[in-house]
Structure formats: C-alpha cells, structure tokens
Design a protein around this ligand. Structure first.
Ligand SMILES: C[S@@+](CC[C@H](N)C(=O)[O-])C[C@H]1O[C@@H](n2cnc3c(N)ncnc32)[C@H](O)[C@@H]1O
Length: 211
C-alpha cells in the first residue's frame, strides 16, 4: 500500500505539465518525500557527494543548492563540513522541510529556467541533484547557473539519460562549451538513480568547470 502511494507521488512529478503542476505535486509530497525516496534507494546524492569532495574544498563558499527540495543533498554536504549553503526551489512545501534542517544560510523560492535573484560570479560552487529529469527543470536553466558561479567554480548536476538529447540538454551543454562559458570536467557512468523503484531509469552526474 505504502509502495503504491509513493509510486503515485513519483509519477505525478514526472508527468507534471508545467511549473504550476510540478510545484503543487512537490508541495503535496514534501512531508513524505524523504521517506519515499529513501525507500526507492535514492543513490544520486551519494554519487554526487563523492564527486563534490573530489573538486571542492570545504573552505569554498557560498554553495548553491539549486532545486534543494527538503535538503537531502545539502544535509550530506553539511555532514562533510561544507558551509554557507544557499538553497532555491520552486516548491514552498519542500523549502519548509529544508528550513527545519537548520543547515542553510538562506532558502529562497526561485525557478530554475528563469532569472535567478543573485549577482553574477557569486557562488564558489553549485550542485543540482535530482532536478534535471522528466518534467522538471529545463536546459535553459544552465545559463543562469553558469552566470552566478564564479570562474573556476564547479557545477555538479544529475541528468536523466532519457532527456539528455531529446530535451535540448546536449545542445545547451555544447553551446555553453563553444561559447567558452564552461568546460566538462567529468561525467559518471550511467546508473539507476532510484534502483528499488525504477531500475531501468539511468542518470549520470556531470561536473563542469565555469570559465
Ligand atoms: C527530486 S527533488 C530533488 C531535491 C534534492 N536536490 C534532493 O536531491 O533530494 C527535485 C526538486 O527540484 C525542484 N524543482 C524542479 N524543477 C524546478 C525548477 N524549474 N526550479 C526550481 N526548482 C525545481 C522540485 O521542486 C524538487 O524539490
């Protein structure tokens, strides 16, 4: 029964038609999100944390958590000693849960894909985990992420393989690289992000260095 219920929430967010739909679905899911994704074997934060530790020293601040949700990934970085984390998300319900963790310097409602209310070259690093997947944040969001991260800083994000070329991410990444805005540092093998729920949906974590 619980399994069916958690699967329904997941299908709702994957099939969201627009940001309004997505926000509503996450607002409703917020109270149960951590419990459900843990039961799905959500392993993207573990993979991303390993890579983050490889490239970002704990004295690099501030760190942007783009699509922070309830703060699952932020809490892993907090345990590893990273400080001054700033989170943004479109769902107030998810941000409310993140606030309860007391690990963020600021949490703001903002939409990835629209202009972000931060100065240019502000962040030392950015991570966006579980956010670039079916029905979620668009490829255009990377223009603003590149703008707000300082030259030399890294952007870490997970991306669902199925949307990479069809939804314009591949093209956007190449354009940003050709325009000299960033450069690919590393990309993981593909792996199931939610192995106990969707073993056939593969993600990779990408690392880019901003110029
Ligand atoms: C699967 S959750 C991941 C949350 C967190 N990063 C984690 O790893 O647990 C995806 C989050 O991205 C947010 N999100 C999706 N599209 C977004 C957008 N365009 N702008 C801001 N947040 C977005 C959702 O509201 C949700 O909280």
């Amino acid at each position: 029964m619980v399994k069916e219920e958690s699967g329904e929430y997941l299908q709702k967010v994957y099939s969201a038609k627009d940001n309004h739909d997505l926000k509503e679905a996450y607002d409703l899911w917020a109270g149960k999100y951590d419990e459900h994704v843990t039961s799905f074997g959500y392993q993207i934060p573990a993979v991303a944390a390993g890579l983050f530790g490889k490239y970002v020293m704990p004295d690099i601040t501030p760190i942007l958590d783009a699509g922070a949700g309830t703060g699952l990934m932020g809490s892993v970085l907090d345990a590893l000693g990273y400080r001054e984390q700033v989170g943004v998300d479109l769902s107030e319900g998810m941000l409310k849960k993140a606030r309860e963790r007391n690990i963020y310097t600021f949490l703001h409602q903002m939409i990835l894909g629209e202009k972000l209310d931060f100065p240019s070259d502000h962040f030392g690093a950015c991570q966006s985990i579980g956010v670039f997947t079916a029905g979620h944040a668009p490829a255009s969001a990377f223009e603003e992420l590149v703008r707000v991260v300082r030259p030399g800083g890294y952007i870490f994000f997970s991306l669902l393989e199925d949307v990479y070329a069809p939804k314009g991410y591949k093209e956007k990444f190449e354009t940003l690289e050709n325009d000299g805005k960033w450069q690919l540092t590393e990309k993981t093998k593909k792996f199931p992000g939610l192995p106990l729920e969707d073993p056939d949906l593969f993600h990779r974590v990408h690392v880019y260095r901003v110029h």
